[in-house]
Design a protein around this ligand. Structure first.
Ligand code: NAD
Length: 477
């Protein structure tokens, strides 16, 4: 663990094995944090917050330290990328080219923003002055998943730290290594001790202890909808801490027959779906295609899918790596079976591969003839499995796309400007793409409607989660 700026063992001295999904071997023993460790981290974070060693620093001073933190992340890129790939199985070139630079950019972006944001004075009568300021909340508990361990941590750390809070981060038990290294790099960059603590451990132990802690002011959670529900319960039975949930998705990718370049749409959906082994909350896993272009579209997707065949994540050229663990492998294979059982037609993949390595690999898989009532269309699989559904009319496409408990992202493919706008406005999702899917930037908010969560990561809006608005009335005689 990293508490008060130093590496330490769990107080009960327990550990858990960190298994690499590349070959199923244990690569490290990691401290298994429990309630007592969470308490020590929260006490450290509270002390650091209350004495003002970070929160009371001028924004420009916090900016400098966080900029140094971002530089140190980039300088350690080979080490961080290797840890990420060994720990959760994504291809090393993606860890190097996406995860490390995005993490550094996120921290640097919030650092640069923080001394450029002004507070407000309300337009009241002249005999009083009403100042509306943003105050840091205090101690933030950040609980994150394993699919983009560093990036998900940075989306919480960037705005929370820049705003002056202290943070206790609980990484996933499936990918704890980079979070620990990030905490050390932050201290080296000059972040005062206690401002950023990391307690690895299991969800039902360290995670629950953090979420029910009476001295944690807010939880920034990214993970499954099932656990997001618990976060709200934990807040209800403890101190009513603010809960910001970034949860699952089943994003619809809607292709109309007036879109002239069907191959571009088909290649885009394959690239987006199979990136990160399909373990992306915003993967376009429900593909809705107009019946008149469906055969052409499906033939191209089926031909594209094998190009994403998983290979050695450390080899440098595999388009897909390993699923995070044996449990996720079983889950994905179970959904492939459910697709067959429910009557969908397999047009690509469908098998476990590379089992001889001891790792957890599944082929890029495409089902067609899917209906929106099948399990593979309703539930988040979080693996490389795409479901293609045919539709006849625009109204039907909108109805199917919105018939989901989730509302994270969506995409519309149409060359009719009125249709593209109309459908984009009708889709109940936090982000809607038009004629593309992968556009993304730290400057735009990320989050969902419905059971995909509340609050937004990224952009200046993320400061809303980690600050309280305060009004100060000053009488002027
Ligand atoms: P998960 O919900 O199982 O776990 C997420 C985190 O919560 C982990 O750190 C875990 O240890 C912890 N946790 C688990 N049970 C807990 C409990 N009872 N109390 C407290 N903490 C607990 O999710 P996962 O399998 O790690 O990640 C995959 C999920 O994350 C998918 O549903 C995916 O869509 C979602 N996700 C969402 C976004 C987004 O921005 N919306 C981004 C990435 C991933």
């Amino acid at each position: 663990m990293v508490i008060d700026g130093v590496r330490c063992a769990a107080s009960a001295e327990q550990t858990f094995a960190c298994i690499s999904p590349i070959d199923g071997r244990a690569i490290a023993q990691v401290a298994r944090g429990q309630a007592a460790d969470i308490d020590a981290a929260v006490v450290s974070a509270r002390r650091a917050f209350d004495d003002g060693r970070w929160a009371a620093k001028p924004p420009a001073a916090r900016k400098k330290i966080l900029q140094r933190f971002a530089e140190k992340i980039l300088a350690a890129k080979d080490e961080l990328a290797l840890l990420e790939t060994l720990d959760m199985g994504k291809p090393i070139q993606h860890s190097l080219g996406v995860d490390v630079p995005s993490t550094a950019r996120c921290i640097a972006w919030y650092a640069e923003a923080v001394d450029k944001i002004y507070d407000e004075i309300a337009p009241t009568a002249r005999n009083a002055l009403a100042l509306i300021t943003r105050e840091p909340m205090g101690v933030i508990g950040a609980i994150v998943p394993w699919n983009y361990p560093m990036i998900m941590s940075a989306w919480k750390l960037g705005p929370a730290l820049a705003a002056g809070n202290s943070v206790v981060l609980k990484p996933s038990e499936k990918s704890p290594l980079t979070a620990l290294r990030l905490a050390e790099l932050a201290v080296e960059a000059g972040l005062p001790e206690g401002v950023f603590n990391v307690v690895p451990g299991f969800g039902h132990e360290a995670g629950e202890a953090l979420a029910v802690h009476m001295d944690v002011d807010a939880i920034g959670f990214t993970g499954s909808t099932r656990v997001g529900r618990k976060m709200l319960e934990y807040a209800g039975r403890s101190n009513l801490k603010r809960v910001y949930n970034e949860l699952g998705g089943k994003s619809a990718f809607v292709v109309f027959d007036d879109f002239a370049d069907i191959p571009r749409a088909a290649c885009t959906v394959a690239g987006s779906m199979f990136f990160n082994q399909g373990e992306s909350c915003n993967a376009p896993s429900r593909v809705l295609v107009h019946e008149s272009v469906a055969d052409e579209f499906i033939a191209i997707v089926a031909a594209e899918a094998p190009k994403y065949q998983p290979g050695d994540p450390l080899g440098g050229s595999a388009p897909m790596g390993a699923l995070v663990d044996d449990g996720q492998l079983r889950t994905v294979l179970g959904y492939i079976e459910a697709g067959h059982d429910d009557g969908a037609r397999l047009v690509a993949g469908g098998q476990q591969v590379r089992a001889e390595t001891g790792g957890f690999f599944v082929e890029p898989t495409v089902f067609e003839g899917v209906t929106n009532q099948m399990r593979i269309a309703r539930e988040e699989i979080f693996g490389p499995v795409m479901s293609v559904i045919r539709f006849k009319t625009e109204a039907e496409a909108i109805a199917i796309a919105n018939d989901s408990p989730f509302g994270l992202q969506a995409s519309v493919w149409s060359h009719q400007i009125d249709r593209a706008h109309r459908v984009a406005r009708s889709l109940r999702a936090g982000t809607v793409h038009v004629n593309q899917y992968d556009e993304d930037d730290i400057t735009v908010p990320f989050g969902g409607f419905k059971q995909s969560g509340n609050g937004r990561d990224k952009s200046l809006h993320a400061f809303d989660k980690y600050t309280e608005l305060k009004t100060t009335w000053i009488r002027i005689d």
